[in-house]
Design a protein around this ligand. Structure first.
Ligand SMILES: Nc1ncnc2c1ncn2[C@@H]1O[C@H](COP(=O)(O)OP(=O)(O)OP(=O)(O)O)[C@@H](O)[C@H]1O
Length: 359
């Protein structure tokens, strides 16, 4: 298809980052079209008003039903299998960027853009996601599942900015109130604690799973818990059990509805298995000597080596301390600041847990 090369579809949430994205791209000479996906809550009126104030074409895609069925249900299902989901990682390829691409085709836009803090880099004919320059805001972790066909149409103008600079930019452009807004929620459909969300949207958890036992690594019962979906690996606060020393969630067993507790040392892991990977250049990846992995959004990159097992999964060996590895979270691999692959954590084994299998 012959698309106007300067027409770009921007995912407009109505927040700080996508507003700045529209203004920056407009300044760079692009013709902007805004698309707001209505996925949750009230009608996105603010995004439309912002688009009007910027004088740009704007569309709303009512995706509430599909979002509930696909992204929210997956979030609930993951907790009900004793895993810790990354809804943004699920949403980006299967929902957000897919819808943006479909609408971009429909609206004759060559490019798509979002306010993610990440950059793009081309190397040996491949396009790579690169960490945004603002370490505190970098969102490269969430984008590892995007395919080359999508990446080659993406523009991420905020990748070279810090959040402070973005706020300053908005003030300078006359968007004073927007510039002062607080940080948005980490998961767009959850206000506050995910456990309250589960209680409200999945009452079956209390009805069908109900309370179970906290156990130690020998399987000894320590006390009652509220139901395994309400706990995550590495959790320390809110356990409501007094053991006379700090206790962490080490492991969740959904079959037995048990939550294993132990000390910080037992949370450490030597290796993990990961699955459903997306590795951009296998030759570079498996021969890299400077590979690191982030095991959750806020984790530091941990040096590692990776092998592919016969069953197709990745065997990741940590070369320095790794702790609280939670199945369901993404393992995102970097060389320097460049995302060279990603996968979902399937299971972990390690120092404290070798003895604890199947307890
Ligand atoms: N409902 C939506 N409709 C269209 N695009 C969206 C929507 N929500 C988020 N996006 C796009 O995805 C980007 C990243 O969203 P995310 O919620 O992770 O970050 P954010 O910091 O809250 O962004 P913002 O400040 O723009 O709300 C946004 O900047 C925007 O471009």
């Amino acid at each position: 298809m012959n698309r106007p090369e300067k027409r770009v579809l921007v995912g407009m949430s109505g927040g700080i980052d996508s507003t700045a994205t529209c203004l920056m791209l407009k300044e760079q000479g692009y013709e902007i079209v805004g698309l707001t996906m209505w996925v949750w809550g009230d009608e996105p009126v603010e995004a439309r008003q912002l688009a009007d104030s910027m004088g740009i074409e704007h569309h709303v895609a009512d995706e509430r039903e599909a979002f509930r069925k696909v992204i929210v249900q997956n979030f609930i299902d993951e907790y009900c299998q004793g895993r810790t989901p990354n809804p943004c990682v699920m949403c980006n390829p299967t929902f957000k960027f897919r819808i943006l691409t479909e609408w971009a085709d429909k609206l004759d836009c060559a490019f798509i853009s979002t306010g993610h803090y990440s950059r793009l880099e081309e190397k040996n004919g491949n396009i790579y996601i690169v960490a945004g320059d603002d370490d505190k805001k970098d969102q490269s972790y969430f984008l590892w599942r995007l395919g080359q066909d999508v990446l080659k149409r993406c523009l991420f103008p905020l990748g070279t900015y810090t959040k402070l600079q973005v706020r300053k930019y908005l003030r300078e452009k006359g968007y004073q109130l927007k510039a002062e807004e607080g940080e948005s929620m980490e998961v767009c459909f959850i206000k506050g604690d995910y456990r309250d969300f589960l209680r409200e949207h999945s009452p079956e958890i209390d009805r069908e799973i109900g309370p179970g036992w906290f156990v130690n690594s020998e399987g000894v019962k320590l006390g009652e818990h509220k139901g395994f979906p309400y706990y995550t690996i590495g959790q320390r606060k809110g356990l409501e059990i007094a053991l006379g020393k700090p206790a962490y969630v080490l492991k969740i067993n959904p079959q037995k509805n048990t939550v294993m507790l132990g000390d910080a040392k037992q949370l450490q892991t030597e290796y993990m298995l990961a699955e459903q990977d997306n590795i951009i250049d296998e030759q570079e990846f498996f021969s890299a000597l400077d590979l690191t992995v982030r095991v959750r959004y806020r984790s530091k990159p941990i040096p590692c080596t990776v092998k592919r097992l016969e069953d197709g999964r990745l065997f990741v060996h940590f070369l320095s301390e790794a702790s609280a590895i939670a199945p369901g979270q993404s393992a995102v691999f970097y060389i320097g600041r460049r995302v060279v692959g990603g996968s979902f954590i399937a299971s972990q084994r390690g120092i404290g847990l070798v003895i604890a299998e199947n307890k």
